[in-house]
Write a protein that binds this ligand. Structure first.
Ligand SMILES: O=C(O)C(=O)C[C@]1(C(=O)O)C=C[C@@H](O)C=C1
Length: 372
């Protein structure tokens, strides 16, 4: 039997398809240049109209990202929209005035990954020696923002961050949740089988135990003080390797021999972004605060009761001595909602009435954990 009908188009060849992609990329690039010219003009406008107006406008960026994600119709993956446009906005902003962000160094530390994730590659990330130094850089205006860990897989709750807040007027303006992504870093010319020693920070070593015994049974694990120190030690040991974030490979001229070497999934590090001005309401916010109380019977109840009464959801509570007065304790709380929400504002007023003091650390958009 013969079939008749319109001839079906022959599938396009690989060369044809790549030629089409080249032409589309050129159109995208032309559009990016057009966007960048407009952003530079926005910058001139800000400089002329209101010299003190912020160049970085997180609320506008969130609005752009939310609008584009809502428009997602595929096949371009929805989850790729945020990183692509975050990078575009970071690059456009660098034409207005590059953002300066202090982070807990050294170069290659997890906090630097958090800076890259939140502010894009065009931001100037400036490493600081301590959490206190990050606070000082933002307080003194040397940087626009600071990024510090607040709960980490390696340290649990990061005490110096919470303690620094007791003495600072800075605000938490955003939170960042990064999955713990660890890599095995080796020398360029060395095969994984030739590794004799693996350097790692103790908690990171614990997180990779099963992977190491299955994949590098011949290597002796050795403890380092940090992930970057592990990479430095591996660099100096011809038969050494390190467990570290992959960014450390470039900094220490090592090769990524394996990625995702941690055993358990879903472990995330939480960072706070410090700023000088409060963050505006996004509708999906978290509020962090410190409540100081004199020790005595029922103190915890006194702190929790106003929240329960106002229907405010508590997502975390930590207690520690304030170090200022004997038997004075500080409770660090995370609540759902923004400080300007009616229920949260009422609960804060109630807390002020029943405690020795309430210090608001900030209300900021809640971050969802990133998919691996
Ligand atoms: O709308 C602005 O105020 C801009 O500066 C433009 C722009 C963007 O690229 O869209 C850049 C940086 C700001 O953080 C927000 C948005």
């Amino acid at each position: 039997m013969t079939t008749s009908g319109p001839p079906t188009a022959a599938p396009r060849t690989l060369v044809e398809l790549r030629t089409l992609i080249d032409a589309i990329d050129e159109r995208i690039l032309a559009l990016l240049n057009e966007r960048a010219r407009i952003a530079a003009e926005v910058g001139e406008h800000k400089r002329a109209a209101q010299p003190s107006a912020p160049f970085h406008v997180p609320a506008r960026e969130r609005e752009i990202l939310a609008r584009l994600e809502a428009l997602a119709a595929g096949p371009f993956p929805r989850e790729a929209i945020r990183p692509v446009f975050q990078e575009i906005m970071s690059a456009c902003l660098s034409l207005e005035r590059p953002l300066r962000v202090a982070f807990l160094g050294p170069e290659g530390a997890f906090s630097q990954q958090a800076v890259k994730y939140q502010f894009g590659l065009s931001a100037h990330a400036l490493p600081q020696r301590s959490i206190a130094a990050v606070f000082h850089a933002v307080e003194g205006g040397q940087t626009d923002y600071g990024v510090v860990p607040v709960e980490s897989a390696t340290q649990g709750v990061v005490d110096p961050t919470l303690d620094a807040f007791l003495e600072s007027e800075l605000r938490v303006v955003a939170e960042i949740l990064l999955p713990l992504e660890l890599a095995l870093l080796v020398h360029h010319d060395v095969d994984r089988a030739a590794v004799r020693r693996v350097y790692a920070q103790p908690e990171l070593l614990r997180q990779c135990e099963r992977w190491l015994s299955a994949n590098l049974p011949q290597a002796t694990p050795l403890v380092a003080s940090s992930a970057t120190e592990a990479a430095r030690l591996a660099r100096e040991d011809p038969e050494g390797a390190a467990i570290a974030p992959d960014v450390a490979a470039r900094l220490f001229d090592l090769r990524i021999a394996a990625e995702g070497v941690q055993d358990a999934g879903g472990d995330a590090t939480r960072f706070w972004v410090l700023g000088r001005k409060p963050s505006t309401r996004s509708g999906k916010d978290r509020t962090s605060l410190v409540v100081s109380v004199k020790d005595g019977p029922g103190v915890l109840l006194r702190v929790l009761e106003p929240l329960a009464r106002r229907g405010v959801n508590l997502t975390r509570i930590e207690s520690r001595p304030t170090g200022r007065r004997a038997w004075e304790y500080a409770f660090f709380l995370d609540l759902e909602g923004h400080e300007t929400d009616e229920a949260v504002a009422a609960a804060l007023a109630d807390l002020r009435a029943v405690s020795a003091g309430v210090k608001l650390l900030g209300s900021y958009p809640r971050a969802e954990p990133l998919a691996r």
